[in-house]
Design a binder for this molecule. Structure first.
Ligand code: DGL
Length: 263
């Protein structure tokens, strides 16, 4: 692999600020990488869209990254990892890291027999969390539940409004009836709701897979001899397809973004 490619950027994509829960952790462990982040706010939320729509959205974002000459793209989005990754994975000549498939082995190895998964309707309907985890551990019982309102609550930055807290509590109660030992936050937006969830149950109940995800990406970049060789802090650029001000406002909890370009 030639040196110039190593120093090309890595793209990160999601429907909106959710991807920043991954990006913020990535930036902490690999801050010499040059990064591009794309939030597809025009099409957010992804979780209630058809597979055909999602494939079209992903191709648009991936074509954008291709033009920028990236060396890899991080799908910091469970919904597209579940539905569009299997369709587009061979269409591009750069590495693609999908969050669910990259974390499944680690989740399957946890000392847990009853695992809850909160995710978008699209992710839950795909059954990809179950199929990926059961590749490595057939005995783990998985309780999957969609939380259709949570992404909009995060994007509109309204998680502390009483009626939104009621919605979150109602979804949580439904899951808790299964008595899960741990609950995976299977949508990158959901870690923004940890403080609200923590008002009702211990925050230790929740697993944010982005911790595992960024370690996986780092070791794969190392193995593939794709780590950036520069010593100075990498550049970063943020792009959205709409609503830059909403993006900046909602970003604050995980990664304060001050400059965003609409493309
Ligand atoms: N944050 C994304 C995910 O992990 C997309 C959520 C959405 O836009 O519905 O699934």
């Amino acid at each position: 692999m030639d040196k110039d490619i190593k120093n090309n950027s890595i793209g990160f994509c999601d429907s909106g600020v959710g991807g920043l829960t991954v990006y913020s952790k990535f930036r902490k462990i690999l801050n010499t990488e040059n990064c591009l982040f794309f939030g597809d706010l025009k099409n957010s939320p992804y979780g209630n869209k058809t597979k055909e729509q999602l494939v079209a959205f992903s191709r648009r974002v991936f074509d954008f990254f291709k033009e920028k000459g990236v060396k890899a793209v991080v799908m910091a989005c469970n919904t597209t990892s579940a539905s569009t990754y299997p369709v587009i994975k061979d269409e591009y000549d750069f590495k693609i890291y999908p969050i669910i498939q990259s974390c499944a082995k680690i989740l399957a190895g946890l000392d847990v027999k009853r695992l809850g998964v909160f995710a978008t309707a699209s992710t839950i309907n795909s059954g990809v969390y179950e199929s990926e985890i059961h590749k490595y551990n057939k005995d783990m019982v998985i309780y999957s539940q969609s939380c259709p309102d949570w992404v909009n609550i995060v994007e509109s930055h309204t998680q502390n409004q009483p009626e939104k807290i009621d919605i979150i509590k109602r979804d949580l109660d439904k899951m808790m009836a299964n008595n899960p030992e741990k609950i995976v936050l299977g949508c990158t937006h959901y870690p923004y709701l940890l403080d609200v969830l923590g008002e009702f149950v211990s925050k230790d109940l929740f697993i944010d897979p982005s911790e595992y995800f960024v370690d996986f990406i780092k070791s794969d970049l190392e193995k593939s001899a794709l780590l950036n060789t520069q010593t100075e802090v990498g550049t970063e650029e943020f792009f959205v397809s709409a609503n830059p001000n909403e993006f900046k406002l909602a970003s604050g909890m995980f990664y304060q973004v001050d400059k965003v370009e609409v493309v």
